[in-house]
Structure formats: structure tokens, C-alpha cells
Design a binder for this molecule. Structure first.
Ligand code: IPM
Ligand code: MG
Length: 365
């Protein structure tokens, strides 16, 4: 297969973790006979520094010309002034919106050999294997009005949680489809006891469930879900929720896997596996740019490498290749190698490049 891949390393540790993922993809290409043509672009702070905007039309067009996008991370203290008119995060949000990546899949799977490196009791995280389906192009992130102004009685700001029926239905459908292929249980998370948008969400979920009689639908309030995630996480399988709730819940859920540095994500423009079997997508670790760790060969590249496995699966239909990457990661962890974020106290850790090299070698087989 010939694959055109847009690569946007971004800021902070982004370039370091992306470099390792690119190595791994090179090994996948060699072993399975695929050709990856990587086209690099700037996004986030790196783009602001060069052109004053977090995403140029040129980078956006390059992404639109490719089959998929691999992204590192954006942001950092240099661009964090609350009064700044451009922010690195704007680049990421614009990519999500412009590329219509409404479905964000965030699997949370605990590698058994890491059960001891979480801050939660090993018996609680044992067997955790869930996927959070987060709506990615609506809600508070994009709703209008969204502004800050000064009144005679002081400063004010507003963000709006806006959802249309169409937006809610298409993301719920992704949840139902994924649940159908897994445990057939879907938990729809909302705040229907307070928010009008959540009440619409819940109503549409109930209507849609008629089309999925084989899937058991449960509604959960977001605060209860936050509790459930650390109380009995192994009982959860597929969660579907709106943008902001999904953002918060997935950082929380990442702690089950031991580190934010372990969790991959796929942001898709369609329902995975529906109609055309491949879907345009952007793949990125869920962690941020970790500016304090940047340039030190410290960051854990596993989240980005596992994001590439998701890319192979969802954007190219290459299941065997995806599994080869996941197995390579598991085998390196099995042999005891750890980056700083997942190492047990008192034990030695390895760097970003070393972890990337070990996984690359394991992929070669
Ligand atoms: C994430 C991140 C982003 C988000 C930030 C960087 C804008 O936290 O992907 O979860 O809030 O969506
Ligand atoms: Mg987040």
C-alpha cells in the first residue's frame, strides 16, 4: 500500500515522540511492504513562531491531500499569555474542525505488567479495557457566543454548549457501532439533570437505541461517571460523551493505564468500519506537549506509537500491521523496559529514543 501521511510534530515533546513513531512506521513498511511518504508541516506554537498563526492554509491543505495525519502535541508556556490573540491550541482545534474529525476514540487498556505502576490499587485496574468515544467538534469548544468583554459592572466571559441533533446523532452512532462490536453495552454520559443540551442528548440516545436493540444503553451523569471510573473501572466498556466531558474523563481514565504517556487516540471523520472500511483520521497521543520534559529524551513515545497502530487499523484497514505494533509495545514492556513516567520507584528508566528503538526492532520481528 502507498500511504501519504501528513506529519505535524508540533511543540514540546511532540517532535521527539513523533520521531519514534515515524521509525516504527518505517519498520511496519519494511516488514509488510508498504510505502509511507511523510509530508511534514508546522502546527501550534511552532507555526505561530514562523507565520503568526497556529495553522496555516498551507498545512491544512497538505493534511487534506494526505490519507491521514500524525500529530505530536501543541502548546507551551511561551505562548500561554491569557491575553494572546493566537494560541497553539487553536491550531489543533482548527484541524479537528476543518478536517471534520467529529469522533475521537480514546481506548484505555491496562497492560497487565503496568498494573503496579498506577496510583490506583492493582486489583481495581486489573482487566480495564474500555474505549471512550468523545465528540470532538461541538459543544463548549466551538459553540457561539464565545467571547470576553467589559461591562460597567466588570469583566464578563461566555462559552456556549451548543449541540445540533445531527451532531449528537452521528457521535452516538459511533458509540453504538463500537459497542455492537464489543460487549454490546453502551454508557452515554451527560448532565441531563442540569443541562438542556444533555437532555437533548439523552433523548436522541433513547430514540437511536431502537435501531440497536442488541446494544444495552445505560445513561450516566458525568459526575457519577468520574466516580465510577476509579471505583469500578473494569465494569465499563464503551462510553460516549460530549466534547468537554470527554476531555476531562479521559485524563482521569489515563491514570488507570499508569500514565498519560500510554494513551493513544484517533480522531475520525466517519463511523469506523461503516460503509467504506477506511476513514480519514488524525492520530495523536492524548498527552500534551509536556514542556518541562521537552528536549531531554524523556517523554514516553508509546502513546504516539499506539496511535499509529490505530491509524493502520482505522484509516488503512491494516489489522495485522496494527496488531504487530501493539504486540511490539507489549513485548518491550514485558521485558521490563520503562520510560520515567511508568518506572517503579528506585528502578532505572530508559529514554524516548531507546524506547522507540526497542519497539522498532520488535516490529521488525
Ligand atoms: C486533548 C487536549 C486538547 C483538548 C487541548 C490541547 C486543546 O486536552 O486533546 O484532550 O482539550 O481537546
Ligand atoms: Mg485533554
Amino acid at each position: 500500500m502507498k500511504i501519504e501521511l501528513a506529519v505535524l510534530p508540533g511543540d514540546g515533546v511532540g517532535p521527539e515522540v513523533v520521531a519514534e513513531a515515524v521509525k516504527v512506521l518505517g519498520a511496519v513498511g519494511q516488514r509488510f511492504g508498504h510505502e509511507f511518504n511523510m509530508r511534514y508541516g508546522l502546527v501550534g506554537g511552532a507555526s505561530i513562531d514562523q507565520s503568526g498563526t497556529a495553522l496555516t492554509a498551507e498545512t491544512l491543505h497538505m493534511c487534506q491531500d494526505c490519507h491521514a495525519v500524525l500529530l505530536g502535541a501543541v502548546g507551551g508556556p511561551r505562548w500561554d499569555d491569557p491575553l494572546a490573540t493566537v494560541r497553539p491550541e487553536d491550531g489543533l482545534l482548527a484541524l479537528r474542525k476543518e478536517l471534520r474529525l467529529f469522533a475521537n476514540l480514546r481506548p484505555v487498556k491496562v497492560f497487565p505488567m503496568l498494573a503496579d505502576s498506577t496510583t490506583i490499587k492493582p486489583e481495581v485496574v486489573k482487566g480495564v479495557d474500555m474505549v471512550v468515544v468523545r465528540e470532538l467538534t461541538g459543544g463548549l469548544y466551538f459553540g457561539k457566543p464565545k467571547k470576553r468583554w467589559t461591562t460597567s459592572r466588570g469583566r464578563r466571559a461566555v462559552d456556549s454548549m451548543v449541540y445540533t441533533e445531527k451532531e449528537i446523532e452521528r457521535i452516538l452512532r459511533v458509540g453504538f457501532e463500537i459497542a455492537r462490536r464489543r460487549s454490546k453495552k453502551l454508557v452515554s454520559v451527560d448532565k441531563a439533570n442540569v443541562l438542556e443540551s444533555s437532555r437533548l442528548w439523552r433523548q436522541i440516545a433513547i430514540e437511536l437505541s431502537a435501531e440497536y436493540p442488541d446494544v444495552e444503553l445505560e445513561h450516566m451523569l458525568v459526575d457519577a461517571c468520574a466516580m465510577r471510573l476509579i471505583q469500578r473501572p473494569a465494569d465499563l466498556d464503551v462510553i460516549v460523551t460530549e466534547n468537554t466531558f470527554g476531555d476531562i474523563l479521559t485524563d482521569e481514565a489515563s491514570m488507570l493505564a499508569g500514565s498519560l504517556g500510554m494513551l493513544p487516540s484517533a480522531s475520525l471523520a466517519g463511523v469506523p468500519g461503516a460503509g467504506k472500511s477506511i476513514t480519514f483520521g488524525m492520530y495523536e497521543p492524548i498527552h500534551g506537549s509536556a514542556p518541562k520534559r521537552a528536549g531531554q529524551n524523556m517523554a514516553n513515545p508509546i502513546a504516539t506509537i499506539l496511535s499509529c497502530a490505530m491509524m493502520l487499523r482505522y484509516s488503512f484497514g491494516l489489522e495485522t500491521e496494527a496488531e504487530a505494533v501493539e504486540k511490539a509495545v507489549a513485548s518491550v514492556l514485558e521485558r521490563g523496559y520503562r520510560t520515567y513516567d511508568i518506572v517503579e520507584r528506585g528502578k532505572a528508566s530508559i529514554g524516548t529514543r531507546e524506547m522507540g528503538d526497542l519497539i522498532t526492532t520488535a516490529v521488525r520481528g
